[in-house]
Design a protein around this ligand. Structure first.
Ligand SMILES: [Zn+2]
Ligand SMILES: [Zn+2]
Length: 255
């Protein structure tokens, strides 16, 4: 596969594009939101292929990259960009990535993947970078006649954020909500925080959800279903302390 085939671009409308890495088992989604003065890129994917060139094919506007959380599969191409925003609590992991390279490589090559011809595993680097903007809950990011709000949603990582556009009702959910295994079993995760974050976004007026992995867009009802699932697990284990994988129809919860 050549480099051009690695990214799949889906045009939702003239100001919203999804860039997906569908040839990888994780199926990461990145989002390019075009304003009048600048564009926002939400996450930078796996870093196995040049994302910057792909983005420049879509827009010439200045780009602010907003990272939902500093996991390897969301920061992969960050070194190609200059203006980077992240929540204060995930800033340390962006500056010094905490996991050994071998762990990342295991995740990268696990599952069924078709990598681009240019990709050489021995050259793969985990990106680290000093952000230019530190975000906190309720911060507003103005792109010129459209504004996205930072919603701090810890649980999957301490500084995980969602991005919400009130005007359209779009909610970009990172790894808080998607149709797959919702992970909160690592040392840096917190299932109680995760549940509280779900309750927090449940109160928003949402038209569509745009998740960090797998199928998009998703209906708001998925948030309700995840919330009910947590309520069900909490009835038996109020502290969400028992490790396990709890399966539901569209997702599972891994504590
Ligand atoms: Zn993650
Ligand atoms: Zn992820």
């Amino acid at each position: 596969m050549n480099n051009r085939q690695w990214f799949t671009v889906t045009k939702i409308n003239s100001t919203l594009f999804v860039i997906s890495e569908l040839h990888h088992w994780e199926k990461p989604n990145m989002y390019l939101i075009i304003g009048e003065k600048r564009a926002m890129l939400i996450d930078t994917g796996l870093g196995v292929c040049n994302l910057y060139d792909k983005i420049k094919e879509i827009t010439n506007l200045p780009i602010i990259v907003v990272i939902t959380h500093a996991h390897w599969d969301h920061i992969g191409s960050i070194s190609s960009f200059t203006d980077i925003a992240i929540h204060s609590l995930d800033q340390p992991s962006l500056e010094v990535f905490p996991l050994p390279k071998s762990v990342v490589i295991n995740n990268l090559i696990h599952g069924n993947n078709i990598f681009p011809d240019s990709f050489k595993l021995e050259n793969y680097q985990i990106c680290s970078k000093k952000p230019t903007v530190i975000l906190n809950d309720s911060d507003l990011i103005d792109l010129g006649n459209r504004t996205l709000q930072v919603i701090h949603t810890p649980g999957h990582s301490p500084g995980h954020i969602c991005l919400y556009e009130e005007k359209t009702g779009y909610l970009f959910t990172g790894d808080l909500v998607y149709e797959g295994k919702l992970d909160m079993f690592y040392p840096t995760t917190n299932p109680i925080d995760f549940y509280n974050s779900i309750k927090k976004i449940e109160s928003l007026r949402v038209s569509y959800l745009f998740p960090g992995h797998f199928r998009f867009p998703l209906e708001f009802t998925l948030i309700k279903e995840i919330s009910s699932a947590f309520a069900e697990i909490s009835r038996i284990d109020p502290g969400l302390k028992k490790a396990g994988v709890f399966n539901f129809s569209k997702f599972s919860i891994h504590i």
